[in-house]
Design a binder for this molecule. Structure first.
Ligand SMILES: Cc1cc2nc3c(=O)[nH]c(=O)nc-3n(C[C@H](O)[C@H](O)[C@H](O)COP(=O)(O)OP(=O)(O)OC[C@H]3O[C@@H](n4cnc5c(N)ncnc54)[C@H](O)[C@@H]3O)c2cc1C
Length: 487
């Protein structure tokens, strides 16, 4: 029987476990054990129920366009629990000199596709508007190698666009600075568009037209999807399918190495010796294969003794930390001040808050009619220092920002602060080349698979996909078609 270890019980590790469980139930001769350092499973997916509100500590939704999380939820029997964002109220604001300025209509990510709303918007200076007009004439352009998102956006639209849109939009997703994010990893479509059309505006306008034709007569899918009772619902449904004997929570893994190989002498590539998984209590267990589904800096530490080169490449992937601060108000106290889905704060505003979501507008059923949930996002690559602040300091900074930006002066009924240290991978320029090197090294180590947010996307759907693929890499071919495990 093939024995497989999974290290890490976040959504990536659980997705891998689910696939292995399916293979096992379909008759594959394998068993697996999932090791999770924490006492609970789910990693950064945590939902709390407070004062009748559904409060997300980590991710609150996922992009509908990426199908893997939705497909998983459906397979788990949660199809009727998938909800869409309330796009009829989807307005986003940017803070410019302490005032909220609405994103103009027709902006696709940061590319304008409607001339009049962009021309009339106070979001951009005359200089940037002129830059947008000349961008229309950009000839096709091929960049050798990679560059930062900031470099590409700057080349097309100028510095103001980097500060006011590109950076705040991406810091809301990666907690990262767009000067340090790889354009090829983060915005591959922009790279293709630049090569083919030159002007991003022209390319986006054409894409918009194509999309409109294709979706004629069809209902528009929501931009974001989530689970009715919170993201934890996905975790709970996954866990319910897995044999409890295969799950070991509260167990931290210290290293992963081939049996019989002296520490520091490297892993025997293509060796058929078993893998040894060493726990922090000093005990070891043997497995035929290992799936690592922890952050890349943890994988690097685990593989240090086994494969220095692979450990180095994994350790070179940077991570950022973040904080979500959820405040529950009486709805009447914030009425009129809670505009749209919320706002983003450019770095040049010199505030602690990076972004703020009015959850009750984005996903109305998450708060009863008389409550409002305000979710602030802090930290990121540019502000690691805030991670060491006390809850009181964080809440005081958030309340000051809410007062000065949105005019919210009321005291919240309930506050929850959640810290996420080194949890968000930062694909910096050269990321895809690094991932390709990692993949070559991984393939030389038979029985090793890697999953999680360090590789091909940081979002929940991307992590589901990497977990599924990792199980396919080290699992066994199914002998009969696999039904979804009963819940
Ligand atoms: C605040 C925040 C908001 C986000 N918002 C969104 C969003 O709205 N939409 C979206 O799509 N994505 C969002 N993301 C990103 C997304 O949630 C994550 O990238 C994804 O959930 C990561 O899943 P994972 O399984 O790879 O890692 P994790 O969830 O980090 O899980 C890794 C697990 O490994 C365990 N572990 C670590 N070391 C060891 C060890 N040595 N031994 C055993 N176990 C170990 C950890 O305890 C953890 O449980 C957000 C992330 C954060 C932090």
């Amino acid at each position: 029987m093939k024995r497989i270890a999974i290290v890490g019980g976040g959504i990536a590790g659980l997705s891998a476990a689910y696939q292995l469980e399916k293979q096992h139930r379909a008759g594959a001769d394998l068993e697996f054990v999932l090791f999770e350092r924490a006492e609970r499973l789910g990693g950064v997916l945590v939902t709390d129920h407070i004062d009748g509100c559904i409060v997300e500590a980590g991710p609150d939704s996922f992009i509908t366009e990426k199908p893997w999380a939705t497909a998983l939820a459906r397979e788990l029997g949660l199809g009727d629990q998938i909800i869409g964002s309330n796009d009829s109220d989807r307005k986003t604001f940017i803070v410019i000199r302490d005032r909220l300025v609405e994103l103009p209509d027709g902006l696709m990510f940061m590319v304008p596709t409607k001339i009049l709303p962009t021309l009339l918007s106070p979001l951009f200076s005359l200089r940037t508007k002129l830059r947008m007009a000349t961008e229309f004439m950009h000839p096709p352009h091929k960049i050798e190698g990679d560059e930062s998102v900031a470099a590409m956006v700057q080349r097309h639209f100028g510095e103001e666009m980097v500060d006011r849109l590109a950076d705040p939009l991406l810091s809301g997703i990666y907690g990262g600075e767009c000067r340090d994010l790889s354009v090829r990893a983060v915005l591959p479509r922009f790279v293709e568009m630049e090569q083919k059309h030159g002007s991003l505006t022209r390319a986006m306008m054409a894409a918009r037209k194509r999309m409109a034709e294709m979706s004629k007569g069809k209902p528009k899918p929501p931009l974001f999807s989530s689970m009715k009772d919170g993201m934890q619902q996905l975790v709970d449904a996954l866990v319910a399918t897995i044999d409890p004997r295969a799950i070991r929570t509260g167990v931290e893994i210290e290293s992963v190495c081939r049996a019989g190989v002296e520490p520091g002498l490297g892993c025997l590539e293509q060796s058929d010796r078993p893998w040894q998984v060493k726990k922090y209590d000093g005990t070891r267990e043997s497995f035929d294969a290992v799936i690592l589904a922890a952050p890349a800096h943890v994988m690097s530490r685990l593989l240090e003794m086994a494969h220095a080169e692979l450990a180095f490449e994994l350790g070179a992937i940077k991570y950022s930390s973040s904080i979500t601060c959820n405040l529950i108000y009486d709805r009447k106290e914030v009425a009129g001040k809670d505009r749209g889905f919320g706002f983003l704060v450019p770095r040049s505003e010199n505030r602690r808050m990076l972004a703020c979501t009015f959850v009750h507008n984005k996903f109305p059923h998450r708060a009863p009619a008389d409550k409002a949930i305000v979710r602030a996002f802090l930290g990121g690559a540019g502000d690691e220092a805030v991670m060491d602040w006390s809850d009181e300091q964080i809440v005081s900074a958030v309340q000051r920002d809410l007062r000065e930006i949105a005019g919210i002066t009321a005291n919240p009924r309930t506050i929850r602060v959640y810290r996420w240290r080194s949890c968000m991978a930062q694909p910096s320029p050269g990321h895809l080349e690094r991932i390709a090197r990692i993949e070559v090294q991984r393939q030389r180590l038979s029985g090793l698979a890697l999953a999680g947010n360090a590789f091909h996307g940081i979002g929940v759907p991307d992590c589901v996909r990497t977990g599924t693929q990792a199980a396919e890499q080290v699992g066994l071919p199914q002998t009969i078609p696999a039904p979804a495990p009963a819940r």
